[in-house]
Design a protein around this ligand. Structure first.
Ligand code: ADE
Length: 229
């Protein structure tokens, strides 16, 4: 596992999009603590044509524009000439779905490139020759890869060692051992008669752990039985 700074390069046609998601909370602190460096690359600035266009009509006809190879190849090639990348990721709905296992694995990377698609998608040859990993964040279609990139980046960054100060907090997340999290409570113990389960106030840590395990399993069976297979 790498404890040095992780570098994430995001390629997008909407560079300003990321100002919001990356300037709050844990992701912001991770950058301030030098645990991660996020670089946003404006794809349009890599286009060699006069109009700085990055897309074109689809061969064979059909609606929807397709993102051209040239700007993406130039941008990725430049980055690859500067350092070695663990993965070059393309976000697209027609890919394996992101899960906690994938985020765990990616959190030990040194350098990652994330490419955000738009319009109908990208020229297949980019996927064949440049991309090393494809990820969907769920079975629905977004207008572009930017939101998906923010989701993926967030899920990776919070797992970098030292980013979440309470190390056990990330370990007890939902999905960490293919189980959903147990129910959690804070003060007051009685709010308008809505009471906290008594066992949590008992101080008996062993019984509390057992109760949490049971609840995790119960919730998973009820809500996400597919996780138990
Ligand atoms: N781009 C559009 N929809 C997406 C999805 N569900 N996951 C990843 N990238 C996408």
């Amino acid at each position: 596992m790498y404890f040095s700074k992780m570098r994430i390069d995001i390629i997008t046609i909407f560079p300003d999009f990321f100002k919001g998601p990356f300037s709050h909370s844990i992701v912001k602190i991770a950058q301030e603590k030098n645990k991660v460096e996020i670089n946003i690359h404006d794809l349009r600035s890599h286009s060699t044509n006069k109009q700085k266009s990055v897309d074109d009509y689809q061969f064979g006809g059909g609606s929807g524009m397709v993102m051209n190879i040239q700007p993406i190849d130039d941008c990725i090639s430049k980055l690859k000439s500067e350092r070695k990348y663990d993965e070059i990721i393309y976000l697209t709905p027609d890919a394996p779905t992101l899960n906690q296992g994938t985020s765990n694995k990616l959190s030990s990377s040194k350098n990652l490139i994330i490419l955000c698609g738009h319009y109908k998608g990208i020229d297949q040859r980019i996927r064949d020759y440049l991309i090393t990993m494809e990820i969907s964040i769920g079975d629905y279609v977004l207008t572009g890869g930017e939101l998906a990139a923010a989701v993926l980046t967030d899920s990776i960054i919070r797992l970098i060692p030292g980013v979440i100060s309470d190390e056990t907090s990330a370990l007890s997340d939902s999905f960490q051992d293919n189980l959903l999290s147990y129910p959690i409570y804070t003060r007051p113990s009685d709010y308008k008669g809505w009471e906290v389960p008594e066992i949590l106030l008992s101080g008996n840590q062993k019984l509390i752990e057992q109760w949490r395990e049971d609840k995790s399993l119960e919730r998973t069976k009820k809500i996400r039985p597919d996780l138990l297979k």
